[in-house]
Each structure stands twice: as C-alpha cells, then as structure tokens.
Design a protein around this ligand. Sequence first.
Ligand code: 5RP
Length: 269
Amino acid sequence: MEGLDIRLSRIFRRESGRALVVAVDHGMALGPMSGLTNIKETVARLDATGMVDTWLLTKGILRYAFPTRGCPGIILRISGGATIAGPELTREALTGTVEEGLAAGADGVAVSAFIGSPYEHETLTGLARVAGDCRRWNMPLLGVVGVGKINEDKKQDPRFIALGARVAAEHGADLVKTYYTEKDFDRVTAGCPAPVLIAGGPKCDTDMDTLKMIYGAIQGGARGIVMGRNIWQSPHPEALLAAVDGIVHKDLEVKEAEELLQECKNKKS
Ligand code: 5RP
C-alpha cells in the first residue's frame, strides 16, 4: 500500500467503501454561525458518537478544537481568503500547503474551485497546482466544487453539476465534493472518474429531508457525504448521525433510517 491508499483508507470506511465526512470549515468565511459558535463542544459531541469517519476543517480549527477522542481522518482545507462581508465569496486563493497538511497529520487537503464564477480560472489553476504537490507527497486532494452566486440556480442542474465534478477530477482532484441534484444525480457520478461526495448546503427543513437527500445521493452513486449544517444544526445531531451512518454505510432504506432516527431520539430523551 502506498501513502495515498493508506490516507484514503482513513477517509473511507473499509466495510462500505464510503465516507461520512463532517464539515466544520464554515467559520473561515461565515464567522461563528449557529451550531459552530462553540466549535470545540460541537466537535467533541459529534466525535463521541464514533460515527464521523473524517473531519473537514481549517488550520485554525485543527489548532483549537482537536484532538478528538477517536482517530478520525482529517482533511485540511487549504483554500479560502474570502468572507461574506467581502466583495466576492468565490475569490478564494490558496491559504496553506500540502506540506502543512503533512505536518498536521492530515489525511487529505481540500481546495475549492468555483465553476461559472468570475474566479473560475484562478481557483481551477490553484486546484491543479495543489494536485501536483499532492502527487509528490501521496496526499489525497478533495476538490470542493462551488458555484458563483449568479449560478445558484445551477446547483440543481445535473448537467452543470456534472461539468463541475468532471472538471475538478480532470484538474487532479482525487475526491470531489459537489451538490446533490434531485434529478439525474447518476449522470454526475457516471461522468466523474473520481469518487463523488455530496455537500449538504443550507439547512434542510427537517432531518427527514436530509436523510432523503443522502439516500438519493447514495442510490445515484455517491461515495459518501461531506456535510455540515444539516448535521450540526439539527435539533438531534447524534440521532441524525446514527441514521446517516445507516444509509451511508449499511445501505438502510429511508424508512429504516427514519426508525433508527426515532429510536435514537427516544433513547436520548
Ligand atoms: C463551507 C464549505 C462546507 O465544507 C461545505 O459546504 C459542506 O457544508 P454544508 O453541508 O453545510 O454545505 O465548503 O465553506
């Protein structure tokens, strides 16, 4: 086994070949948002479930909220530099290096590319540059596919999402995080040679909506999730994680996951 495979095996669970990744990297652009205000507490609480395979985080969070009790995988985000207060959220640049990831003990690094935004070129060439460093160090690269504000509607267009996922893989991403499209998501996974994981986006109305989205993605060929708000902004994050784990790793149907969610909620109360 080479370093790349060893690191990937810490990101993906061996039994299912899929990954349940919880993203807590939002503060770098959005500040102390609900669910992540006390980042240390959120991470410790979710980590205690033992169901988080891997965390997606920033260098600051790695410093302030870790180590966890378990030995989860870590993907270090090394792009950023733009906030909601600034002129353009898609104007990300590299904020770290693969070497920094190695020194931190990370199992992967993440870089955003904003397809269809004014910064498409800069962010894609940044991704490709990091891909070169990743090859040298056997470090997996998660390509985070974003879209510009003007393209919000495109998040539901499978042709556009398929374009972004494929482009990220062609620029060297080993894993691709993108949006779930209710329609034809299998076109997205079929057109991308790298494993596709879905982001959650803004909080769904209910936990059941989150479970249905994840189920649809797995059925459509997703290799897991990289999800934040829908997990840690849930009123029952631990119970929800158990149900998500059931869908991602144990091929539960939505109904079975709902029963598990209810069971775990009852146990807690
Ligand atoms: C934040 C991100 C997140 O990692 C990504 O969007 C996943 O989180 P969520 O499920 O909340 O969308 O890129 O900048």
